[in-house]
Design a protein around this ligand. Structure first.
Ligand code: NAD
Length: 468
């Protein structure tokens, strides 16, 4: 099918970069009235076109309307409101009490919250509004000029955003560049003051390498396999539902999806039974007919998950396993009896509605398994045993942790969100986004008086002034 998204011509990229860099120097993007006005415009862009975005998200991946509201529309609106309410406070200079030093006796110190300059933001397709516009709100609030590069994979949503963006936003300050690998590569040859990238670890490395050539700092919001560890003492129906939510929301295509489960062996059978009941309750006898279950975003993504499920080394399919390539549909699936080290399902991030479930006897074994892999973006622990929870926390690493639920910590914007190691670097959301796109510029102001006292530091260095 032809893509509805028109790619930017590579020749215009240089022009966009130099236009927005010049615009930054004009100082306009740093005016508080300007920042507030365009945050409000961004709010209007999303709010006034909400229904069109639901349609576009449904065309891209049959995203259910409520999931589109929770995952794309509402986070952007809420972030705009947060900044409109808090920007004055966030922008305030921070006064710093001086440490005593005679030669700075007349000084006052402040940390000024300066914009970084021209920022480049790469969005991702799975939540194409949230993952493109949330960093944009923070970058505007901090006073930067910005180029956004939405994902070409969520083509309908990105095309709609591209149509609306110049109608609401000032193109001399905020611009969209569209395209795939060639256009992204062309963008990355330019100097930016910050690059904010959401996507795979593989491309994250490419972005960081390109940024290093200009000494550009980066924020990388990447992926990984997020484990859910389930200990012996749990309410199994609650756990099954909360893990099912963390696996089937957006068709399993979330960076913080529960990728796999490590469950105490005593709970395996009860978990499988409860998980099966949950699928039936939520999606009916044939989930393919459900309006509440999303599709794989593309044939390529479908093929990746299908290959994992159909591989001989996968394990035993206990629930689901069905698929339909014409509809990019993969059934909610649970697989057990996997070989820890051999199963293809335990290699790369699955990014689909397929849940491998492995068992452990001792917490130590679960922790060892998690630690064999790169630190994940999220770690989920289901337990009522505080000692077990503490033990897991002190012996593992992850971007974030959620105890007794899945996904919901990502939606709490009072918490910074980001990865560690292969799952990313830097973080954002709410006030943290403002920090991400801000340079703390230390400013000391001195008076031109008391020169005789200040003069003790000047040569010639006599014994007298050295003692001072
Ligand atoms: P991707 O990294 O393959 O593609 C992202 C974008 O990078 C593409 O749209 C393309 O424009 C660009 N790109 C691709 N190849 C490139 C190249 N060789 N050179 C330059 N640019 C290139 O990622 P994806 O499939 O869109 O996303 C899936 C991954 O993103 C998963 O691992 C997921 O966990 C992660 N993710 C992370 C977060 C987060 O917040 N941490 C959110 C969503 C997705």
């Amino acid at each position: 099918m032809a893509t509805p998204l028109e790619y930017s011509s590579i020749e215009t990229i240089e022009d966009s970069v130099s236009c927005l860099r010049g615009a930054f120097i004009s100082g306009k993007s740093r005016l508080v009235t300007w920042r507030k006005y365009y945050i409000q415009r961004l709010y209007d862009l999303v709010k006034e076109n909400e229904d069109r975005f639901y349609d576009a998200l449904a065309k891209d991946m049959k995203k259910p309307r409520l999931e589109a509201f929770i995952g794309d529309i509402s986070p952007v609106l809420e972030e705009c409101v947060y900044y409109l309410d808090n920007i004055d406070n966030l922008m305030k200079d921070k006064k710093v009490k001086a440490r005593s030093r005679v030669t700075n006796a007349t000084a006052t110190n402040v940390i000024r919250k300066d914009a970084l300059g021209l920022v480049l933001i790469f969005g991702a397709w799975n939540f194409p509004l949230q993952l493109t516009l949330i960093p944009l709100v923070g970058a505007i609030a901090a006073g930067n000029t910005v180029i956004i590069k939405p994902s070409e994979i969520s083509a309908y949503t990105s095309a709609l955003l591209t149509e609306l963006f110049p109608l609401y936003m000032d193109s001399n300050m905020y611009r969209i560049v569209n395209g795939g690998v060639d256009e992204s590569t062309a963008l990355l040859t330019h100097h930016f003051d910050h690059i904010f990238y959401t996507g795979s670890t593989r491309v994250g490395k490419i972005v960081m390498t390109a940024a290093a050539k200009h000494l550009t700092p980066v924020t990388l919001e990447l992926g990984g396999k997020c484990p859910a560890i389930v200990t012996e003492d749990v309410d199994i129906d609650t756990v099954a539902q909360r893990i099912a939510f963390g696996k089937f929301y957006n068709g399993g295509q979330a960076c913080v999806a529960a990728d796999y489960v490590l469950i105490h062996e005593s709970q395996l059978d009860a978990f499988i039974a409860s998980f099966g009941r949950t699928i039936k309750k939520w999606f009916g006898d044939n989930p393919q007919n459900s309006q509440d279950f999303a599709r794989m975003i593309s044939d390529t993504h479908f093929d990746h998950v299908a290959r994992l499920v159909n591989s001989r080394e996968s394990g035993d399919i206990v629930i689901g396993g069905g698929m339909d390539r014409d509809e990019k549909y993969i059934a909610p699936t649970l697989i057990t009896n996997l070989d820890y080290s051999e199963s293809v399902l335990m290699g790369d991030e699955i990014f689909g509605p397929v849940l491998p479930v492995l068992t452990f006897k001792k917490i130590r074994d679960a922790v060892n398994y998690v630690n064999k892999k790169h630190a994940p973006l999220a770690l989920y622990i289901f337990s009522k045993n505080q000692k077990a929870i503490d033990r897991i926390l002190t012996t593992t690493q992850s971007g974030g942790v959620l105890i007794n639920d899945t996904l919901m910590h990502q939606a709490e914007y009072a918490l910074p969100f980001g990865g560690i190691g292969h799952s990313g670097m830097g973080n954002y959301h709410g006030a943290k986004s403002f920090d991400t796109f801000t340079h703390e510029r230390s400013i000391m102001v001195k008076k031109q008086r008391l020169e005789s006292l200040m003069g003790v530091r000047y040569p010639p260095y006599t014994a007298k002034n050295l003692s001072l």
